[in-house]
Design a protein around this ligand. Sequence first.
Ligand SMILES: Cc1cc2nc3c(=O)[nH]c(=O)nc-3n(C[C@H](O)[C@H](O)[C@H](O)COP(=O)(O)OP(=O)(O)OC[C@H]3O[C@@H](n4cnc5c(N)ncnc54)[C@H](O)[C@@H]3O)c2cc1C
Length: 392
Amino acid sequence: MRILIVGAGIAGPTLAYWLHRFGNEPVLVEVSPHLREGGYLVDFWGAGFEVAHRMGLTPRLRDEGYRIREVREVSRTGRRIAHFNPLPVLDRIGDRYVSIRRSDLAKAIFESSEGEVETIFGDTVQALQDTGDRVEVSFGSGAQRTFDLVIGADGLHSRVRALRFGPERDVERDLGIAVSVFDVPGYAPRDELVAVTHTEVGTQALRVALRDGATMFCFMFRQEGALPAGREGQESLLRRRLGRMGWEVPSILAQMPQARTFYLDRASQILIPSWSRGRIALVGDAAAAPSLLAGQGTALAMVEAYTLATAIDAAPGNHRMAFETWERGLKPLVRAKQDAAVGMASAFAPRNRAQLLLRDGVVGLMGIPGVANAVMGRSLRDPIRLPPLPSG
Ligand SMILES: Cc1cc2nc3c(=O)[nH]c(=O)nc-3n(C[C@H](O)[C@H](O)[C@H](O)COP(=O)(O)OP(=O)(O)OC[C@H]3O[C@@H](n4cnc5c(N)ncnc54)[C@H](O)[C@@H]3O)c2cc1C
C-alpha cells in the first residue's frame, strides 16, 4: 500500500520504518525543512525501548544516552534539600533503560530507514479528500498525489486532525501547565549526570549537563490559555513568569537568548473518540498525547506506530479492520496513562505551599533504600505487550 505519513517526529519515522519493512510504500512529509532539534531528555524504557530494540537501535541509544546517577532537589539558595540515586531501582529492569535527548532519539529512528523511504521536507498537506477507495492529497507546494491511506503523525497540534477530525479545542485536555526546554552551550555549574531541580509554588526548573558542553534546562509552570507564537514573545513570557524564582534561574534566563534550541508548549492531552475516520488515521500525540506529565509520550508514540504497522500487515486490504483492532488493543491503556498524568501536576508545579512541602518530603524519602523501589518500581512495570514480529 502507498501510505502518506504526515510528520517526521517520533511516531512518523517509526511507522515509516515498519511499514516499509512489511513491504508497503510509505512516504513521509515533514513541514520543517529538516528534522527538528531540541526538546527534553526522554526517560526511555519498557515497550517503547523494545520497539527501538527490534529496530536495531539499542547500541546507538546506549552510546548517545545518559544514566543519571542523582536526582537532586535544591533550595532557593542552591542548598541540597533532598536527593536520591535512581540507578539501583532502574537496574532492576535490566539495561533496557536510558535517558536520551528527544532529538537524538528522533534522528536515530529517522536514519534507520533513511534512503529507503521517500521523505519530503518543507511541505505539508493542504487538503485531504477520502473518496472511499483512496485519499486525494493536495500539498502546500501545489503537488497533488493519491494514497491508499493517510496517517497523521504531526503532533499535538496536528493539521491532519484539524482537516479530518475537527478543531483542537474540542479534543484537547489542557492541564494548565506549560513546558519550556532549551539548551545553552558553556553554562556553569555542570554537575555531570545529576538532574538538579528547584521547585517553587507553581513552577519547577531543572538542569542537566549534556555531553557536548551544553546544558539543557526544562521549566514547567502553571499557565492557563494560549501561549505567544514567536520566540521573542515566548522568551518574555518566561521572564515574566519565572523571573522571580530563586536558585540559578535569573542567570539561566539571562543566557536564554543564546539557546541553540528552544521549545515551549502546553502540557496538553488529546482525547479523541476515534483514532481513524475512513482511510485517514492519527498516531502519537496527534491521536492521544499523554503530555510530559505522563512521562512516557515518546515510548507510547513508538508503540502506537509499531502496533499500527503490524495491524495493517495482519489485515491485508482491510484498513477498517486494521484500524479497529489497533485502537481497541491500545486505547484503554493509553487512556489510563492519560488519566494518571492529571494527578501528577502538583508534583511538577505545586499549587500551594502545602503541596510543595509534600512534594519535597517525598523526594527526600526517595533517598531511603526501599522507598524509591516502592514509589518508582510500580511505575516502571509496563503493562503493554507488543505483538510479535510477523514471521517471514
Ligand atoms: C522539536 C520538538 C521538541 C519537543 N520537546 C518536547 C519537550 O521538551 N517536552 C515534551 O513533553 N514534549 C516535547 N515534544 C513532543 C514529544 O516529542 C512528543 O510528545 C512525543 O515524542 C510524541 O511524538 P510524535 O511523533 O507524536 O510528535 P512530535 O514529536 O511532536 O512530532 C511531530 C512532527 O510533525 C511535524 N509536523 C507538525 N505539523 C506538521 C504539518 N502540518 N505537516 C507536516 N509535519 C508536521 C513536526 O514538525 C514534528 O516533526 C517535542 C516535539 C518536538 C517536535
